[in-house]
Design a protein. Structure first.
Lengths: 303, 43
């Protein structure tokens, strides 16, 4: 976007594109996909309009959480190369605009989901937004290197919301789906934080590589991959899914383990030599898409 | 505010107004569709 430098007395009028950027659209895509998969993996059929509305509300709720996160973290974002061009640190938007947009979107998404589907789904959506904003962003992120371990729960809610929207209740499978994303988050983010460690260090964010060093982080990645693998295979092992999901889960997790092991063996401290970390980070995104895609394929092709 | 600044602010306001109008229209259509869907599923 072209931006003309405005004088300090000039009121900043945020563009629609900047408001959209505030919702972290790239993060939203994974949230929407896992929410949609939770909805499609649920037993029974959902009216397409209500299903669409549920996914839309999950997306809007995630966008609201992203906007409130950026509102609170504008000072941190300004210090990191990766985030310095976001609308708030780049000075393209007033802080109040971001706050009002985030709160408005959060309230709207929860009310609309409750109206279109049921109040259980709406309650879980509200909890996920509040958890991301207050527990992760405000409480944990600047205080502990375990920030993403606990904070990861916020991103794990969408399949639970999708399932609840479709069925009106929550059973073992959606809880396992929650567990998979919850346990996937640490290796995913720690792989990223290894090669953007300097950014986090400059911003004063106590990510694990900054506080405990790269070797400990690599060990943690390998360690946290094990329960993630167990959680990912559990739906098939417990007889909750068929062979399509089971086969995909075994193959995808075998590759994840190999890549996590390659990270464990890497000794590099320079980000340019952190190919295993970059490979694991990229694969982890593909992994989640493929695993949840297999879950839906399993439900629709076998059932 | 310079004329350039004023033009930029007004262009952004016009664009946001158009986007808001489109979103409001979409919301009306969605609420209508939700109402019909809820009647169809009997809830």
């Amino acid at each position: 976007m072209t931006s003309i430098p405005l004088a300090s007395t000039t009121p900043i009028t945020a563009s629609a594109r900047d408001l959209f950027a505030l919702t972290k659209p790239r993060v939203m895509s994974l949230v929407v996909f896992t929410g949609l998969c939770g909805l499609l993996a649920a037993p029974g059929t959902v009216n397409p309009v209500l299903g669409f509305t549920a996914v839309l509300c999950i997306a809007l709720g995630a966008g609201a959480a992203g906007a409130l996160n950026q509102w609170y973290e504008a000072d941190l974002d300004a210090k990191m190369k990766r985030t310095a061009q976001r609308p708030l640190p780049a000075g393209r938007m007033e802080r109040d605009t971001a706050l009002h947009f985030g709160v408005g979107l959060a309230v709207f998404s929860v009310l609309l989901l409750g109206l279109a589907t049921n109040y259980l789904a709406a309650t879980i959506l509200a909890v996920s937004i509040l958890f991301y904003v207050f527990v992760y962003t405000v409480w944990l992120k600047r205080r502990t290197p375990q920030n993403i371990v606990i904070g990861g729960a916020a991103g794990a809610f969408p399949p639970l919301i999708g399932w609840a929207a479709a069925t009106g209740d929550v059973s073992t499978l959606p809880i396992l789906l929650f567990g998979i994303i919850f346990l996937w988050t640490p290796p995913h983010f720690w792989a990223l934080s290894l090669f953007v460690k300097t950014d986090y260090a400059n911003a004063g964010v106590p990510m694990l590589p900054v506080v405990a060093g790269v070797t400990t982080t690599r060990r943690h990645i390998a360690l946290y991959t094990l329960p993630m693998v167990a959680a990912a295979v559990a739906p098939w092992a417990m007889g909750l899914t068929g062979w399509i999901y089971g086969g995909a889960a075994i193959a995808l997790n075998a590759v994840f383990l190999v890549l996590a092991f390659a990270v464990l063996l890497n000794r590099a401290t320079d980000p340019s030599a952190m190919k295993p970390e970059k490979r694991l980070f990229a694969y982890s995104i593909l992994y989640l898409f493929a695993l949840f895609g297999a879950l839906v394929a399993d439900r629709w092709l076998i059932a | 505010m310079t004329p350039d600044d004023q033009d930029l602010v007004q262009a952004r306001q016009r664009h946001r107004a158009k986007v808001t109008a489109i979103l409001l229209l979409a919301f009306v259509v969605l609420m209508f569709a939700i109402t019909i869907a809820k009647m169809a599923v009997g809830k």
